[in-house]
Design a protein around this ligand. Structure first.
Ligand code: ADP
Ligand code: ZN
Length: 622
């Protein structure tokens, strides 16, 4: 099918040589201005330079090679690890009228032949290809006979063993430099850390590439973290604020995924499940519906998400703790790729932590690896328990210093109460010490509360001087204090010893009375029962539809979009994204020329879809 659709449109070159990048941005993609470093990167690559681009998800990496591909003569080869990603990009490009195709294992022989034909005849601007296909000798031969404009290496972190999705095939891409001298190469990734970046440069021979490193903040995502008190009720109340929106809910286990999806369906949500225990076909069906239908909630394990390019995911929920802050940032990063307001909401409990520690202890990893994992867990807990701006904590973890409080996370929006807890800290720490640093928090809390369990009598702990010295706090309050003592680094959990708490050297000044400790007061420990529900719609001020009249039009435009998408088996956002529909509903253009000024309306889409949308606008406006 790919090839069929391609052949007839091929003819005159799509781009006139003297068209500037900014004109292409407007004419093809319908955007009025570049974002961040885009323009500099594009200029550099158009003039033939190599580049390494680090930009967060949703930052706009694709245009950094798509526009040069249209400015420079010849074929641009885009190397991408995932078929789903390639197909998405190709569909979107073709909708915008660009001559793009992808070569992957899902095509049959004649489709491949036909694409190779247009490659040779110079009638193709962008070709997406998997690394294993690219690196075959016949294909490299074919490329040598084509006129090439550039190589783009997407998800370039796959070349690094430090990254989380190392792909051995990527290592072979090193040969491109010598085999195709003079063809610019642009490597792109959203994975930032130093070792990975160094690896990319070395392995892909990008020493002379210009590096463009954008900040990793995702300002449109609102972060909220709360305690798990009544998870089902908390989830229902969260979803009430997200009616009609698409989102992902991550759970730790397959069973929990199934149960949660079932429960949501019973409450009337269009919720689907996705986990590695389902058949390949079932998973594909779920994923497809998530991408192609409106307002689907995907309940999933971490098996879901890689390569999902859906830009209008409005929320990502974690009902269980992810395994690290990196994982959390990657998973929540799937929200709001379109730059519109989105929300990342997580609830966690003490049990989650115990489970993660247990998993770490049972893993087969080397001692060194285990130490790394332990540090990652500590960082995650520190993030959960912080009284500071969540965004600041995350960005600092990724090495970005100097961020100011963001105003768009729970701790900024509802500053947490803290209390002077030096005395409480000393009681807790001494109790850990006196009981021999061999027990988990549950037992130590029993001791503080003077609860005489079997374990307690067995070890003679009811004889300790610290037995029953902490009755001024409830069990939940002590739990919170212990989590914070760990997060603050005064206590550490010994994974090798079934989660026994140990004192760290840092707690000495506290025990000696030389250092004060402040704790955050958890909402639940004041009996408020979990997080306050949000008052504002998540679409936020940037996209707030004020009048019900505009809302009605917006809903009709969305329905039209879905209908057009279904007819052509396209994902709706490929036709127009939410922001474009929002502008249509609020600006209400009365002519096609006026419509062209709106966000995301390029020439080709205007011709193709403009009239249909215009007539709905007119019907609702008269
Ligand atoms: P990334 O690959 O970095 O995750 P994408 O290239 O998919 O991000 O871009 C994310 C979204 O932002 C897309 O919907 C894209 O069309 C949009 N976008 C990119 N650049 C611009 C721009 N200059 N103006 C407006 N929208 C843009
Ligand atoms: Zn904040």
């Amino acid at each position: 099918m790919e090839a069929e659709r391609l052949a007839p449109s091929a003819g005159t070159p799509f781009v006139t040589a003297d068209e500037r990048p900014a004109d292409i941005l407007q004419r093809v993609f319908g955007y009025g201005s570049f974002r961040g470093d885009q323009e500099a990167i594009i200029r550099h690559v158009v003039s033939g330079g190599d580049a390494l681009v680090l930009m967060p998800t949703g930052g706009g990496k694709s245009l950094c090679y798509q526009i040069p591909a249209l400015c420079r003569e010849g074929l641009a080869v885009v190397i991408s690890p995932l078929i789903a990603l390639m197909q998405d990009q190709v569909t979107a490009l073709r909708e915008a009228g660009v001559r793009a195709a992808s070569l992957n294992s899902s095509l049959d022989f004649s489709e491949v032949r036909s694409i190779e034909g247009v490659m040779r005849s110079g009638e193709l601007d962008l070709l997406y290809v998997a690394p294993e296909k690219l690196m075959t000798e016949p294909f490299l031969d074919l490329l040598e006979r084509c006129r090439l404009s550039l190589f783009a290496i997407d998800e370039a972190h796959c070349v690094s063993q430090w990254g989380h999705d190392f792909r051995p095939e990527y290592l072979q891409l090193a040969v491109l430099k010598n085999r195709f001298p003079g063809i610019p190469r642009i490597a792109l990734t959203a994975t930032a850390d130093g070792p990975t970046r160094k690896d990319i440069v070395e392995r892909l021979h990008l020493q002379s590439a210009e590096q463009y490193v954008a900040g990793f903040d995702r300002p449109n995502i609102r972060y909220r973290v709360g305690l798990k008190t009544a998870p089902k009720r908390q989830l229902e109340s969260f979803l009430q604020d997200h009616e009609g929106e698409a989102g992902i809910i991550y759970c730790m286990s397959r069973n929990k995924v199934e149960d949660t999806a079932q429960m949501l369906r019973a409450s009337g949500y269009n919720a689907l499940a996705y986990h590695a225990g389902m058949s390949k076909e079932e998973r594909a069906r779920s994923q497809d519906s998530f991408i192609r239908d409106d307002a689907v909630i995907m309940v999933a394990t971490v098996a879901f998400g890689m390569g999902i390019n859906k830009p209008d995911v409005r929320f990502v929920v974690h009902l269980d703790l992810p395994k690290s802050l990196e994982a959390y940032y990657q998973e929540t990063g799937r929200a709001g790729r379109d730059g519109l307001p989105a929300e990342a909401w997580m609830i966690y409990g003490t049990n989650d932590l115990a489970r993660l520690h247990q998993m770490a202890a049972q893993s087969e990893a080397s001692q060194e690896q285990k130490r790394v994992e332990k540090r990652k867990l500590d960082a995650l807990l520190g993030f959960c328990e912080t009284a500071r701006c969540r965004r600041q904590v995350v960005l600092e973890y990724f090495g970005e210093k100097g961020a100011t409080p963001c105003g768009n996370c729970d701790t900024c929006l509802e500053p947490v109460e803290t209390f002077e807890g030096t005395e409480a800290a000393r009681k807790a720490l001494s109790c850990v010490y006196r009981s021999g640093q061999s027990f988990g928090s549950a037992h130590v809390i029993d001791l503080l509360l003077g609860i005489s369990s079997e374990k307690c009598t067995r070890f003679g702990h009811d004889q300790l001087s610290t037995f029953g010295i902490g009755t001024e706090f409830t069990k939940n309050e002590w739990r919170s204090i212990f989590r914070q003592l760990i997060a603050l680094g005064y206590l550490t959990v010994d994974n090798e010893e079934y989660g026994a708490l140990k004192l760290t050297p840092e707690c000495r000044p506290v025990l000696r009375g030389e250092q004060d400790v402040d704790f955050r007061r958890d909402p639940s420990s004041r009996g408020r029962g979990g997080l306050k529900s949000r008052t504002k719609r998540s679409f936020g001020p940037a996209l707030a539809i004020e009048s019900s009249r505009d809302q009605a039009l917006f809903d009709r435009l969305k329905a039209l979009r879905l209908e057009l998408a279904k007819e052509q088996s396209l994902p709706p956002y490929v036709i127009f994204n939410d922001k474009t529909l929002f502008e249509m509903a609020t600006v209400r253009p009365s002519t096609l020329e006026a419509m062209e000024d709106l966000y995301g309306v390029g020439k080709r889409k205007l011709e193709r879809y403009g009239p249909a949308f215009l007539s709905v606008i007119q019907e609702e406006t008269d």
